[in-house]
Structures are given as structure tokens and as C-alpha cells.
Design a protein around this ligand. Sequence first.
Ligand SMILES: *[C@@H]1O[C@H](CO)[C@@H](O)[C@H](O)[C@H]1NC(C)=O
Ligand SMILES: *[C@@H]1O[C@H](CO)[C@@H](O)[C@H](O)[C@H]1NC(C)=O
Ligand SMILES: *[C@@H]1O[C@H](CO)[C@@H](O)[C@H](O)[C@H]1NC(C)=O
Ligand SMILES: *[C@@H]1O[C@H](CO)[C@@H](O)[C@H](O)[C@H]1NC(C)=O
Ligand SMILES: *[C@@H]1O[C@H](CO)[C@@H](O)[C@H](O)[C@H]1NC(C)=O
Ligand SMILES: *[C@@H]1O[C@H](CO)[C@@H](O)[C@H](O)[C@H]1NC(C)=O
Ligand SMILES: *[C@@H]1O[C@H](CO)[C@@H](O)[C@H](O)[C@H]1NC(C)=O
Length: 300
Amino acid sequence: MRTVQYTSSLLYSLLILLFFVQIQAQPNCSSSCGEIKNISYPFRLKGDPSGCGDSDYELSCVDNKAILEIFPGRYYVHNISYHDQTIRLVDVNFANGSCGLPSGPVETTDGFVRDVRFRGYGLNPGSRFRFVKCSTNISSVPEAANHTTVPCLTRNGTYVYAVYDGDYSYYEPRKSCSVISLAPVDLRKDVTKFNSYEAVMELLKAGFEIGWSVKCRDCSLAGKQCVVKSMEKPLIYICEKEYKELTRAEGNWIIAAIVVGGLIALGVIIGIIVVVIRRCRRRRNAADNTNKTLQNRIVA
Ligand SMILES: *[C@@H]1O[C@H](CO)[C@@H](O)[C@H](O)[C@H]1NC(C)=O
Ligand SMILES: *[C@@H]1O[C@H](CO)[C@@H](O)[C@H](O)[C@H]1NC(C)=O
Ligand SMILES: *[C@@H]1O[C@H](CO)[C@@H](O)[C@H](O)[C@H]1NC(C)=O
Ligand SMILES: *[C@@H]1O[C@H](CO)[C@@H](O)[C@H](O)[C@H]1NC(C)=O
Ligand SMILES: *[C@@H]1O[C@H](CO)[C@@H](O)[C@H](O)[C@H]1NC(C)=O
Ligand SMILES: *[C@@H]1O[C@H](CO)[C@@H](O)[C@H](O)[C@H]1NC(C)=O
Ligand SMILES: *[C@@H]1O[C@H](CO)[C@@H](O)[C@H](O)[C@H]1NC(C)=O
């Protein structure tokens, strides 16, 4: 009886000890940098004690401004919402209102955020400026109406335009043009055309919001697919079961296997039919022969 009591109390203290060790291993740290007063899990500030936040969500503090380096680009952090799991970023190249290209494209040209740590836009999926470089002046072409000249990048023989896309639409650049960069921006339902680069700049300066999710990152790193279920805030992510996208080569192999398999099956079926038909004929011939001999005998 005593030993039981003794062991259970020992186990109990061990559990309590483990509990405290656990708490110690995840200190409640909250750092601040300029306007961002509450940098806490999963975010951490460079130089925070190890164990603070998650190293995948590390910000640096430069001249009292929190900076996130992703995609690869450099962005000022204007706001972190722990409730909505969103973060507002402003490209360092646009923050002071100067003309230029984004420091790094957030999206691939097919419109996907290319970082497993950040998924989904806040309330405005797919609003962006495309920076388009052309070898001719297309300003007078009618379909170029919503191309706004980027003055600082347009030189003799090189014409750079910003094209607003408020509702992710397929964009096919003209023959003499190509998309050189993309900058996400807030959705402006009232505008499709920006008459001046100042108006473009204003939107770029306000930055954009993207979602972050540790759960989603872990899901992606585990080889599963994380999808944004709802674009309303707070964003809802779901981790889908094992999911592996087939590469083109794998797809081709599968198609080839199906075709070859089908041909073999067809061959086998034809073979069987031929054999069956032959057997039937042979049997009929045999039957005919026996009939004939029988008849002959009867006649005899
Ligand atoms: C963490 O720190 C914040 C403020 O720094 C405080 O409001 C909060 O209660 C703390 N949480 C825990 C679990 O100690
Ligand atoms: C900072 O964020 C943490 C985590 O979301 C929260 O628990 C805490 O209350 C916040 N503190 C302040 C001062 O906003
Ligand atoms: C961040 O956004 C929240 C909610 O929209 C707002 O209350 C807060 O003041 C903002 N913080 C900063 C630093 O802009
Ligand atoms: C804005 O910042 C860029 C570098 O990021 C600098 O070259 C430029 O002079 C700045 N412009 C203004 C108006 O401060
Ligand atoms: C391009 O053409 C438009 C209209 O013809 C003209 O107003 C504009 O100055 C031209 N742009 C450049 C950079 O030459
Ligand atoms: C721009 O190019 C045209 C023809 O290609 C040339 O005549 C003109 O001198 C150039 N202007 C400058 C400023 O280089
Ligand atoms: C340009 O504007 C027209 C109408 O203003 C719109 O139909 C078209 O989709 C726009 N093109 C792009 C690439 O946004």
C-alpha cells in the first residue's frame, strides 16, 4: 500500500516537473519594434531568446521598423493580427512613395503565393499590379487603356507599364511585352484604370495583407495540401489528407501504361475470340465428318 502511494506521489511530482519544464521551454515572449508593439508567437524578432516564437516567422528590426524578408523580397510589417492570422506588408521599395519595381515577386506568374508559411490573401484574393515591360510604346493601342506608364523605368526603347488586375483575371501580354513582376495590393472595386502613376503608387504604398498559419505550414511540410477554405477573416485553412500532385512525366507514364495495358488486353481478347472460333469450326467439321461416316454406314 505504501509503495503504491509512494510511487504515485513520485509520478505526480514528475508530471508537475515536466509541466514546468514544458512552460519554461516556451516562454511567453512579446517583443516590440517601432509601431509593432506585440510581436509574439509564432513571430519572433531577430535576437530574441531562442524558444521565442518560431524561427520560420522571424522579423528584423531596422531603424525602428519591423521587416519581414520573404519570397524573396523585403517588406515593412505594418500590422499583425493574431486573431485573423493576417499580416499587412508594404514593400520597402514602395513605402516611401518612390517609383520602382517590387523588391521581390510575392506570387508566381500563375498567381500563387510561393511560401508555405503564408497562404491566402486577406479579404481580397488576387488583386495585384502586373509590371509589364514592352519594346514598343503601346499607350495608343486601345486594349492598353488600363496600362499606366511607370515613368522612372520607361526609357528610350523600354516601356514599363503597371496593369491593375482586381479580380484575378488571365492576362496575356502583347507580343512585344512580358510580365516582369507582380505586386499584390488591396482590392479597389471602384477602379479598373489608373490614369497616373501617382494613383498606382498610392495603392502600392498601402501594401497588402496575407494570411499566415503555422498549422498550414506544418501541413505543407508533411507533404499534404493545405487549402484556404474561406477567404473571410479569420481565414480557415484545412489540411487535406495525403495529396501528391503528379508531375507531367508521371502523368505521361500513367497514360502510356494505360494505353499499353489496353492494347495488351485487346490483343488477348482478340486471341481468345480467334481460338474460340477455331475450336467451334473444328468441332463443327468433326461433327459433320462423324455425321457423314454414320450416313455412309447406314447406306452400307
Ligand atoms: C503573455 O504576455 C502578455 C503581455 O505581455 C500577457 O497579457 C499574457 O497574459 C501573457 N500570457 C501568459 C500565458 O502568461
Ligand atoms: C499580444 O499577443 C498575444 C498573443 O496573441 C496576446 O495573448 C496578448 O494579449 C497580446 N498583448 C497585447 C498587449 O496586445
Ligand atoms: C492593426 O489593426 C488593428 C485592427 O484593424 C488595429 O486596431 C491596430 O491599431 C492596428 N495596428 C497598427 C500598428 O496599425
Ligand atoms: C526611398 O527609398 C529608396 C531606397 O529604398 C531611396 O533610393 C529613395 O531615395 C527614397 N526616396 C525618398 C523620397 O525618400
Ligand atoms: C507613348 O505614346 C503616347 C501616346 O501616343 C505618348 O503620349 C507618350 O508620351 C509615349 N510615351 C513615351 C515614353 O514615349
Ligand atoms: C530614342 O530612339 C530614337 C530612335 O530609336 C532616337 O532617334 C532618339 O535619339 C533616342 N532618344 C534618346 C534620348 O536616346
Ligand atoms: C482593362 O479594362 C477593361 C475595361 O475597363 C476590362 O474589361 C479589362 O479586363 C481590363 N484589363 C485588365 C488586364 O485588367
